[in-house]
Write a protein that binds this ligand. Structure first.
Ligand SMILES: NC(=O)c1ccc[n+]([C@@H]2O[C@H](COP(=O)([O-])OP(=O)(O)OC[C@H]3O[C@@H](n4cnc5c(N)ncnc54)[C@H](O)[C@@H]3O)[C@@H](O)[C@H]2O)c1
Length: 340
């Protein structure tokens, strides 16, 4: 029998790529998503890519009653990968309660429903934002966490603390928190990718939308940071590499290979690229000049963030395989497909 994985937020950007990787690695998948930031079309696209249709449950995880019910229907699941969350940093500053309500209730209801049904493994989608503005680079998992600038970031920090507390009193409950750096790129088929609603918060969709003519101009927030060209440096990671790391992590939980009940791993490439380097790389890969403007710094942006990736390499046997050309090329292919 195939191991069964519940993927919350499985219609979203990272979730959908992970669902594909799970199906390709012989897992049965149940997606729980309320489609608040995605569409049911994704299920058809996953089916086209993999030849197998995942089970889909349209449930809002903020609702404890329907969450308990849906988990009860899948109590034979071996693990949960919890992606479901709102993620727009700027919106979270304006509407903090919306973020605390959605991201924390969803997690708490998921954990309650897992415990009720004996589904004792969870992978949690965390973020490098929990490190705040670190003094020492590269960032290791031992680096101190700081209160993140945004309520969105704070939901990630609080969620990790909630999971840790649950694990501490449950000998049979295990968790892995994966702290993503900057996921970009899309599936090589061009059928799925990142689809931000409204103005993108992240650089890559902003670049591709500008090149596609959806936006007039790309804004570069600040060129006076203490970096090589003055623009912020981030650790970009291909979403398909990220998806593959989830398959390895879930297998580690199911096969009880963990060294601790609650483990944390950074997921990045360990390389940092500045905003201007990404823009230049995009222009040369796509052959499209970008209309961009340097403007004021954006509140909450830090100069440099890149990961120490040795722990994931050593314990998970995982490293990112795809470089900047594949990241940018696949993002551009996806953008061109959605504009057709
Ligand atoms: N994309 C990034 O840059 C990034 C970086 C670090 C961490 N993360 C985290 O990774 C996870 C996935 O991010 P993504 O980029 O795929 O986001 P996404 O918005 O594309 O996907 C999230 C999915 O969760 C669903 N969802 C949200 N609230 C829900 C609820 N109450 N009940 C059921 N479904 C709900 C949405 O409809 C969406 O399909 C999130 O937890 C995010 O915070 C993302």
């Amino acid at each position: 029998m195939k191991p069964k994985i519940i993927v919350t937020g499985g219609c979203g950007y990272i979730g959908s790529h992970t669902v594909i990787a799970l199906i390709e690695n012989n897992y049965e998948v149940v997606i729980i998503d309320d489609l608040s930031n995605s569409s049911e079309q994704i299920i058809d696209r996953i089916t086209r890519i993999t030849g197998l249709k995942p089970i889909f449950e349209n449930v809002d995880l903020k609702d404890i009653k329907s969450t308990k019910q849906v988990f009860g229907n899948h109590r034979d699941a071996n693990a949960v990968i919890h992606f479901a969350a709102h993620k727009a940093v700027a919106e979270s500053v304006q509407e903090p309660l919306k973020y605390y309500q959605n991201n924390l209730y969803s997690l708490i209801n998921t954990l309650i429903s897992q415990k009720e049904n004996g589904i004792n493994n969870i992978i949690f989608s965390s973020s490098a934002t929990v490190y705040g503005n670190p003094n020492i680079l590269p960032i290791t998992e031992k680096s101190e966490t700081q209160r993140p600038f945004s309520p969105y970031g704070n939901t990630k920090k609080m969620a990790e603390e909630i999971i840790e507390d649950v694990v501490n009193v449950s000998t049979d409950f295990s968790a892995i928190s994966l702290r993503y750096f900057n996921p970009i790129g899309a599936h090589p088929s061009g059928l799925i990718g990142e689809l931000p609603s409204g103005t993108p918060n992240n650089l890559m969709p902003f670049i591709t939308q500008t090149a596609a003519g959806v936006r007039e101009k790309l804004m570069v927030y600040g060129n006076d940071y203490p970096t090589k060209d003055g623009t912020p440096i981030r650790d970009y990671i291909h979403v398909v590499d990220l998806a593959e790391a989830h398959v390895i992590a879930v297998n580690r939980l199911i096969e009880k290979k963990q060294e601790k009940q609650f483990e944390i791993f950074n997921l990045g490439t360990g390389d940092g690229y500045s905003v201007l380097e990404i823009i230049n790389a995009f222009e040369s890969i796509s052959g499209k000049p970008l209309n961009y403007e340097i403007t004021d710094r954006r509140a909450g942006d830090v100069p440099k963030l890149y990961a120490d990736i040795n722990l994931a390499k050593e314990k998970l046997g995982w490293t990112a395989k795809r470089g900047l050309t594949e990241m940018i090329g696949s993002s551009w292919k996806w953008e061109q497909n959605i504009r057709k």
